[in-house]
Ligand binder design. Sequence first.
Ligand SMILES: Nc1ncnc2c1ncn2[C@@H]1O[C@H](COP(=O)(O)OP(=O)(O)OP(=O)(O)O)[C@@H](O)[C@H]1O
Length: 285
Amino acid sequence: MTSPILQVENLVVTYTGRHGLSKKVIDNVSLDLKAGETLSLVGESGSGKTTIGRAILGLAPVTEGGIKFRGETISNISRSQRRKVARGIQVVFQDPYSSLNPSMTVEDILVEPMAAAGAPGGRQRVRELLDSVGLPSDSGSRYPKEFSGGQRQRIAIARALALDPSVIICDEPTSALDVTTQARVLTLFKELQEQTGVAYLFISHDLGVVNSISDRIAVLYQGSVVEIGEADQVARAPRHDYTRRLQMAAPVADPKKQRERRAARLQLLAAEKAADVHQGAPAQL
Ligand SMILES: Nc1ncnc2c1ncn2[C@@H]1O[C@H](COP(=O)(O)OP(=O)(O)OP(=O)(O)O)[C@@H](O)[C@H]1O
């Protein structure tokens, strides 16, 4: 069995507010990401998905537990150490409008991470990166505002690929895109994974979106993993009530499927009522 490339071990993230009140937002989460796989993290807004991604990137406090990349601890280390050991972890954010510096050309955006890491990265590499994400090779001299949302997300993906990462954290990377563009960008993620062997930790609130690209899915509820398993099993035959609710909340275009969903939702509610399991159940999704 291949050993995991990224390990989140018993992670606890606690934030302390202005009045000294502390709030545990991640509670004992353990996750393994294997080389070349896509593990999705799904849950409703506020469940802690982004916080886990930020903790991996060194942007959220790791209060307890630890994070390892290629077997080396990367939590609670200095910035300079992180630059050395964690350069193989990159990120693509949700919003392609705010995540790209509007005053930089696309070429400068792509060269920046390579220059910061002291990696070789000339015009040829920029052209390769643009080509790999399906953008015209002359895009380098243009500015982000000249591109559509989907194209901007391609630029952000090219930037994430610049240092040949082995892990990309994709934080709701298609949520700001229309459905057609969303599908194209998801296909691009898949193709890039086939070509490069990169692993994705794919963060989304939408079980429908992640099912098509995930190997495994972990479901997060109030800072804890309540279910984890093979993508098809979690998305199609969830074991946990909360996952069932997420499944039913995911938008579907097909009216027949919508009717089936509605019937299943009513059945679930009736069963819960009968079993009186409402106490402690998550809020309406
Ligand atoms: N810097 C912070 N200080 C205090 N609380 C925070 C901070 N960042 C996040 N939180 C809290 O942590 C919890 C988890 O937030 P997080 O953004 O990780 O959730 P999420 O599942 O990614 O939600 P969304 O899909 O809306 O982004 C929320 O209750 C949020 O208010």
